[in-house]
Design a binder for this molecule. Structure first.
Ligand code: 15L
Length: 272
């Protein structure tokens, strides 16, 4: 198996994936703008790089079979902070993948569709309804994958990650939680699947309260093993007082900086 490049290696999910994938015998090239804070896993190297530096990213990807792209801004931030790492940086990742003949596994997010109502059950081909500049950058990333597959045959697996934490910590996460174990197995399946084309996966555990339905997981042979339901009693009825946060799938990302004076209509294209 060719080496695998992991961007965002020093972030929360990078630090979960690096040791877990190294333990499966993978040769990992780790990179991040910040130093790797943990002991280096076996057969892994770490090179510090900025996603804004296309030359450095291309060099790191040389000879790799896959790029696990977990780098960039991972929370709601102003446009100016999101643009360079998540838009230009993403372009550098795809150019590097094209040159190396590598597959991209992209850490997308539920915030690309966060303005859908919680009462909806979405399939992977639903309309993008970003709830933040961060979510918008994830929709852009998925569309970049669409373009590079259609135009250049670069395979890419887009993981619409819900809430990937050790355990769910509020009622929304009974719908959105992804366990670290399910994440690791999903990423491994995304790399080792014989063919993926361009595909989109709802990256959450087997949560009966999920907001999400059909996707392309059959191509990967992945099914989640964990469930947020085991934590229901522990989480309790933790809801917040903000009706916008409670209404939309993206939760607090939808309500942040919200300036509508009247609630939005249920119909996405209504003029109200
Ligand atoms: C995300 O995309 C963020 O990276 C993470 O910090 C959480 O906010 C998560 O979504 C979520 O929706 O819970």
């Amino acid at each position: 198996m060719k080496p695998v490049l992991l961007t965002g290696a020093s972030g929360n999910l990078g630090r979960v994936l690096a040791p877990a994938l190294a333990a499966q015998g993978w040769a990992l090239r780790l990179t991040d703008i910040a130093a790797f804070p943990d002991p280096l896993p076996p057969a892994a190297s770490f090179i510090r790089a900025d996603l804004a530096d296309g030359g450095a990213i291309a060099q790191l990807a040389e000879g790799c079979g896959a790029i696990l792209h977990f780098g960039g801004v991972s929370v709601d931030r102003p446009y100016a902070e999101v643009a360079s790492p998540n838009l230009d940086g993403l372009h550098h990742i795809y150019e590097a993948a094209r040159r190396a003949g590598a597959r991209v596994v992209f850490a997308s997010s539920n915030h690309g569709i966060g303005f859908h109502e919680r009462t909806e059950t979405l399939d992977a081909d639903c309309a993008f309804r970003p709830d933040s500049y961060y979510g918008l950058s994830k929709a852009f990333g998925e569309l970049m994958g669409r373009l590079y597959w259609d135009k250049h045959g670069v395979e890419n697996v887009n993981l619409r990650i819900g809430s990937c934490l050790p355990r769910p910590v509020n009622a929304r996460m009974l719908s959105t939680w992804l366990s670290h174990g399910d994440l690791t197995r999903l990423v491994a399946a995304a790399v080792t699947a014989p063919r993926t084309g361009h595909c989109v996966i709802w990256a959450c555990s087997a949560n009966p309260a999920s907001f999400w339905g059909r996707d392309h997981r059959d191509r990967l042979g992945w099914a989640p093993l964990d469930t947020a339901e085991s934590f229901r009693a522990e989480v309790g009825p933790v809801v917040c007082a903000d009706p916008v946060e409670e209404r939309y799938q993206g939760g607090g990302y939808a309500s942040a900086d919200y300036s509508r004076t009247r609630p939005a209509p249920r119909d996405a294209f209504s003029l109200d």
